[in-house]
Design a protein around this ligand. Sequence first.
Ligand SMILES: Cc1cc2nc3c(=O)[nH]c(=O)nc-3n(C[C@H](O)[C@H](O)[C@H](O)COP(=O)(O)O)c2cc1C
Length: 409
Amino acid sequence: MTIINRADHGREERVGIDKALAPVRMAGLELRNRIIKAATFEGMTPGGVPTEALAEYHREVAAGGAALTTVAYCGVSPDGLTFPDQMYMHDGIAPQLQALTAAVHREGGAISAQLAHCGGFSRNRPRNVRRPLGPVRGINEYGIFSGVPLRGAMTQRDIDKTVREYGEAAAFVKAQGFDAAEIHMGHGYLLSQFISPATNTRTDNYGGSLANRMRLPLEVLASVRKAVGEDFPLLAKINLSDGFDGGLEIAEAVETARILQEGGIDAIVMSGGFVNRTPMYLFRGESPLADMIHFETNPLQRAAMKLFGKYSFPEMPFHELYFLDQARQVRQAVDVPLVYLGGVSSPEAISTAMDEGFDYVAMGRALIKDPQMIRHIEQESQYRNGCTHCNLCVARIAAPGGVHCVLNH
Ligand SMILES: Cc1cc2nc3c(=O)[nH]c(=O)nc-3n(C[C@H](O)[C@H](O)[C@H](O)COP(=O)(O)O)c2cc1C
């Protein structure tokens, strides 16, 4: 199918949708097109165990034509979870993960595991763990009402252990049939906490200059690479900006991308925001706060959300391709393949991202609204997705049955 771009002085011009829908190779992996389902935590791992619904969710995305679907939040260790209903990678869930990867493969899709660790931002307290650990000690605001009010600072030993755990988790997901892994370095989780000047005020060689703040992410990348080999695609999800004063800004984000390119990453997914400070910077659109309060089961947490939630969940105007200006600056600085993410829900936006020189397009909410989106684009020239950026899917993370589009049900 060809989309016509009439913006260029009225000249009709073939643009990027054909490129987006043609096969491509990412490291050693053949992909049937350049469309990636972004990680969107599905809320389908109660007690840390993936359900059949999770497999069905990703099967449907693969059946709908996306080339690579990303399983959100594959914790690398029990102390790397933000709350108990997330999974960490261990043999106990191998059968469920194998069923999940097989379901996607049967539909001709590929599947990636998002390797994650929450650092000092957690409501979870596994046995033998006194407090979550991040770059520096302090208050763990997120865990205050869940009996985990403090976070500690990682020692060298903790760092070495975490680097090892990333490698082990990567080897584990590869053994369960995953085709790629995405190392989560954004959104205020552990590696993002190390990269951000706001949250990493360490005075050793893991803090200070950007080179020092990138030391742990690079050690993690090397450990993961050693575990999976050269042919297995590794993506990194990074912030273009943390979205608050004193946080990472675009100039350093560009450098982050350059450093990861040097470190041998296969592709970089660009996003922004801290989930615990500036969540709406990530999503844009309407605030889902009222629904989040509704689904919150901890009464103290619910009361706090009622009082203070409006400060961290303000509405932020949504416009298509809302990270484009910042992502373009990364595009101009590096050669490594880049994944455009943020506010894509139309064939025209996919096309623009291709024309701008990005190698892949990732989508979250548009594929929650319509997992068949790519098949539909192939079949309908006037395709409209229908996602309204109400963000009520985000509130469903904590709802019975997990994430879905409220407009579909
Ligand atoms: C319900 C929901 C859950 C999400 N969970 C995650 C997650 O676990 N990890 C992550 O990196 N991003 C997560 N995101 C953010 C998306 O990956 C993406 O950055 C964001 O939705 C913007 O892209 P979009 O405009 O295509 O939706 C989530 C998004 C949604 C809507």
